[in-house]
Design a protein around this ligand. Structure first.
Ligand code: NAD
Ligand code: UGA
Length: 457
């Protein structure tokens, strides 16, 4: 079965970039990305490619090549589903905030709504692909919804049939285009081999065959949660050791290099910092914890829960130690926070460590001057609410009159800051708190700053 038309429901951080790369690599396929959010779709259609709703290095070029050719963004959901041979579900799956499983389980209302919409609008045979990250066994729910509509005939059209596949996405923000163009692997879970091969045929336009893994539906759904849990666990592990390094005189970067040289451990994802942020790690681990509880595996649930707890502890720990070093009080003191995004090269602030750390400092009475090259004032406002903070246009402006600089995102520009110039405008004694261990420590010290670096004893 060859696919000529694709519809993707959800034009977010995953749907937009993923479909742009598919359209780029498969010019013979018409790809339509739909979303209910009109502002988001308008931004995807903005003639100025610097105004796309998602900031990702290289995304503007890919969208520029395909948009209007075989890549379309629209709020007209129904016709796009009706025309599609394959529909990707790429909607949000946040943690539930109320009801059973609140604070742990994934809220599946958007997945269910989009599955119902596919059930209502699809024509002929449609392959439905779960792209969102979902609790294991969600494909059974999606299938049940679709099966209820199976066999219906709309007007002249052929009767409806469906196949459901799981095809989780492993891209990381900031490197999404590279991750999509050169993935470590593509995972396809399913039972219908014709559908699996149709989806594999799309990826095989640019991905080597040995990197396209096929599993059953449940292994595929669970592998996505497991991958994120393992990645997040490495960060909590290294952050726990960072605290011990600070107490003992060891240096966590040296420890990371030493353990990472063991090929069984590997060198990646061992950077200590202010804890993991982003929309997924915490949400996916909490979901895993909920699932384990649901299946009566309390010890397994507690094991993964501790990864999330250590992460929260690290964030509060950093806020606490800033207060301690500034003579036990930050009331009325200006602190320049450098970086608000949850990692570099993205404008995304979901679950950013900066949010929790800034809240703690505001609670202590600090006045925050926030600088981030990609995060807007409106976004900071949405994350922090009203309070004694302001957004600065430059690092220098943020530093003016500040007692401390606190680096929370590893933006490249923070690696080479003009230390003498910054020190000159700060109040003495002035501090640099480098929660990413990326600043030039020697230069900062030479300029007269006191220094704390994560994981350095
Ligand atoms: P997002 O919130 O940026 O985008 C989801 C979009 O879906 C929103 O724009 C929303 O308006 C739209 N939507 C919801 N219901 C809809 C409906 N019924 N019809 C039309 N549009 C609808 O989310 P995201 O970051 O793209 O994540 C999507 C999924 O992918 C999540 O399950 C997430 O866990 C997973 N994921 C995310 C990343 C990442 O880096 N952000 C990476 C891998 C996997
Ligand atoms: C992560 C995974 O890396 C992706 O594979 C996955 O697809 C995605 O989640 C998802 O499911 O949403 P992402 O959250 O975009 O991607 O970014 P990461 O690079 O994983 O960083 C997550 C957080 O961990 C960031 O706050 C980052 O600063 C932090 N981190 C990462 C560290 O503190 N240390 C490290 O060594 C690596």
């Amino acid at each position: 079965m060859s696919i000529r038309t694709i519809c993707c429901i959800g034009a977010g951080y995953v749907g937009g970039p993923t479909m742009a790369v598919i359209a780029d690599r498969c010019p013979q396929i018409q790809v339509t990305v739909v979303d209910l959010n009109e502002a988001r779709i308008a931004a995807w259609n903005d003639p100025d490619l610097s105004l796309l709703p998602v900031y990702e290095p290289g995304l503007d070029a890919v969208v520029g090549r395909c948009r209007g050719r075989n890549l379309h963004f629209t709020t007209s959901v129904e016709p796009a589903i009706a025309a599609a041979d394959m529909v990707f579900l790429s909607v949000n799956t946040p943690t539930k905030t109320r009801g059973v499983g609140a604070g742990q389980a994934s809220d599946l209302r958007w997945i269910e709504a989009s599955a119902r919409q596919v059930a209502a609008c699809a024509q002929g045979h449609t392959i439905v692909v779960e792209k969102s990250t979902l609790p294991v066994r969600t494909a059974a729910t999606v299938t049940a919804i679709l099966e209820a509509a199976q066999g219906e005939v709309a007007g002249e059209a052929q009767s409806k049939t469906f196949s459901v596949l799981s095809n989780p996405e492993f891209l990381a923000e900031g490197t999404a285009i590279r991750d999509l163009e050169q993935p470590d692997r593509v995972l396809i879970g399913g039972e219908d081999s014709a559908a699996i091969e149709a989806l594999a045929g799309i990826y095989s336009q640019w991905v080597a065959p040995e990197k396209i893994l096929r599993t059953n539906l449940w292994s595929s759904e669970l592998s996505k949660l497991t991958a994120n849990a393992f990645l997040a666990q490495r960060i909590s592990s290294i952050n726990s050791i960072a605290a011990l390094c600070e107490a003992t005189g060891a240096d966590v970067q040296e420890v990371a290099r030493a353990i990472g040289a063991d090929s069984r451990i590997g060198a990646k994802f061992l950077q200590a910092g202010p804890g993991f942020g982003g929309s997924c790690f915490q949400k996916d681990i909490l979901n895993l914890v909920y699932l384990c509880g649901h299946y009566g595996l309390q010890e397994v649930a507690a094991y993964w829960q501790s990864v999330v707890e250590l992460n929260g502890w690290q964030q509060h720990r950093i806020a606490r130690l800033v207060v301690e070093r500034l003579f036990g009080t930050v009331t009325g003191k200006r602190i320049a926070v450098l970086g608000f995004a949850f990692k570099a090269d993205t404008n995304d602030t979901r679950e950013a460590p900066a949010i929790r750390i800034c809240h703690d400092l505001l609670e202590e009475g600090a006045q925050l001057a926030l600088y981030d090259p990609k995060v807007s004032e409106a976004q900071i406002q949405a994350d922090l609410g009203e309070g004694s903070w302001q957004r600065s246009e430059t690092v220098l402006e943020a530093a003016c009159g500040a007692d401390a600089l606190l680096v929370l995102t590893e933006w490249a520009e923070f690696r080479q800051l003009p230390w003498p110039e910054l020190a000159a405008v700060m109040r003495k004694p002035a501090w640099l708190f480098d929660a990413r261990a990326i600043c030039d420590a020697e230069a900062a010290r030479a300029a007269g700053l006191n220094l704390w670096t994560v994981g350095k004893g």
